[in-house]
Design a protein around this ligand. Structure first.
Ligand SMILES: Nc1nc2c(ncn2[C@@H]2O[C@H](COP(=O)(O)OP(=O)(O)OP(=O)(O)O)[C@@H](O)[C@H]2O)c(=O)[nH]1
Ligand SMILES: [Mg+2]
Length: 471
């Protein structure tokens, strides 16, 4: 234990030295983490951000771009050979090809390096030639951040926690029955172990679909190439004193420890600890549409996710970071093109209120935070229609299901976010005075002029906040 800790901090130390040397003398690197729960809009965000940094005609709020200081932007091989490359070309072709469609779901980490040749501004402008800034964009599932809470727990404590939490959940009925029929002290029987893990995984899927946010271990839901491996073949079991060495209970305890050492820690060490800037994407409109319960789950899930950025939250991560921290965190409500722009400030206010707790704490540690509503790929145009003597600010687009063009009014978001957050917190069943709807729009066919990236809303502001100061 001690040995591995020392080895870990030695390699981190050397890496850190390497980083500083190359930053001072060679080319600066910004590592931008992009995260969010499933379907929050990560892939579309990265694809459009990269396309709009390559062709900067629609990025007026990114000052380096509007001042004409970015001389060139190009994709390069990424520095990490063992991380899958973010499949930019395929995703861009999906979004901007002749029959535009949304990209497929991506369920693991990926990375892309974009390099920018930038002329310095201000006093240095006349003295220095252009320099190259590398932007390493890392896409990772927000679910993986939730696993941080497992690191401090023993298998016995984790099991007790989980079993207590799910004791009254309908989604867990089948799994509880399975546990009740299990003799945890019996010699490990692999088929029985598998059945328990499968039962627990099925419960996690049902719980997530039911809107629970505490669905860990994260890789049970997004196993990737670990699917079927022993490190994912365990489940919580009731406490058992003096379990025999070859018992099911001990086997699960060992696998839980492996999960911590070989799944959670490497993610935090190899990826999380190296991030400089972070954007957290949230499908707030989708949650509002689903109702108060989904909004409360989103708030709690977000708070839990952001706990990972809280300094001192976990000894292991604190040691890894060794005083380093994420310098800026952007909380972005995605898919804002579902709303007429007159409602965007309200969406931003909701986002601000949702992240207030977490943001305050991150700020306390010196990280800059901001909330924003954006659309990475704008699929609608605005339209005002008159309806029963009132004029309604709508958005118009091509509906995903039918392919028809339609104008759509989603409902008016409240000016005061607490009109949504308070009933959500109090466990209301549905919204009292308003219905919110979300239509699914298909991406619109585009005819881009040379030098223009895909249409978006406030992606340039997001980029300015995240990297503008380093360009
Ligand atoms: N109208 C609109 N819809 C969007 C936008 N961004 C994402 N969406 C919708 O949200 C869905 C999910 O977007 P993705 O970028 O694939 O989300 P993700 O976070 O990468 O999802 P996973 O890879 O499954 O975790 C898309 O299929 C679109 O339906 C946007 O800017 N505007
Ligand atoms: Mg994705």
């Amino acid at each position: 234990m001690v040995i591995s800790t020392i080895a870990e901090s030695v390699t981190r130390g050397m890496e850190a030295v390497g980083d500083t040397v190359s930053e001072a003398f060679f080319e600066p690197v910004i590592r931008l983490g992009v995260t969010g729960l499933a379907r929050s809009g990560k892939t579309v965000f990265i694809t459009s951000l990269v396309a709009n940094l390559l062709d900067r005609g629609r990025m007026p709020q990114l000052l380096a771009a509007s001042e004409g200081r970015i001389e060139a932007a190009y994709l390069q091989p990424q520095p990490d050979d063992t991380v899958p490359r973010f499949d930019y070309e395929t995703h861009l072709a999906a979004l901007t090809g002749p029959a535009p469609h949304w990209p497929d779901s991506t369920r693991a980490i990926s990375e892309l390096r974009l390099s920018l040749r930038v002329r310095p501004s201000g006093l240095l402008a006349g003295l220095q030639g252009p320099r190259t800034v590398h932007l390493d964009i890392v896409d990772y599932p927000g679910e993986w951040l939730l696993d941080l809470g497992l690191l401090d727990k023993s298998y016995a404590a984790w099991s007790a926690d989980v079993l207590a939490r799910i004791a009254t959940r309908d989604e867990a009925g089948a799994f509880r029955a399975l546990v009740a029929g299990t003799d945890a002290g019996a010699v490990l029987d692999e088929p029985a172990a598998k059945a328990l893990a499968a039962g627990f995984t099925a419960y996690l899927h049902a719980a997530r679909a039911g809107g629970y946010h505490d669905c860990t271990p994260g890789r049970f839901l997004l196993p990737g190439d670990l699917d079927g491996s022993p490190v994912l073949t365990f489940a919580p079991l009731p406490p058992l004193e003096r379990a025999a060495k070859r018992s099911l209970w001990r086997a699960f305890e060992r696998r839980f420890e492996s999960y911590k050492a070989q799944v959670i820690k490497p993610f935090f060490r190899d990826h999380f600890a190296r991030i400089d800037r972070q954007v957290v994407l949230v499908d707030a409109l989708g949650a509002i549409h689903s109702g108060p319960r989904a909004v409360e789950d989103m708030r709690a899930g977000l708070a839990e996710t952001l706990a990972a950025f809280r300094p001192g939250r976990n000894a292991f991560v604190t040691r890894l970071l060794r005083g380093r921290r994420v310098e800026k965190i952007l909380f972005a409500a995605t898919k804002a093109d579902h709303l007429h722009h007159t409602q965007h400030p309200r969406l931003t206010a909701i986002m601000q209120a949702l992240t207030r707790d977490a943001a305050d704490r991150a700020q306390f540690a010196g990280a800059g935070t901001r909330a924003l509503s954006l659309a990475a790929l704008r699929a609608t145009v605005e339209e005002t229609v008159s309806h029963e003597g009132r004029s309604l600010d709508c958005v118009r687009g091509r509906l995903l299901e039918s392919g028809r063009q339609a104008a759509f009014y989603p409902g008016a978001l409240p000016e005061d976010p607490s009109a949504l957050l308070v009933p959500a917190r109090k466990g209301a069943e549905k919204w009292l005075d308003q219905d919110y709807e979300v239509m699914k729009f298909a991406p619109a066919p585009l005819s881009l002029r040379p030098g223009e990236g895909p249409p978006h809303i406030r992606l340039d502001r997001a980029a300015e906040f995240l990297i503008g100061d380093r360009l």
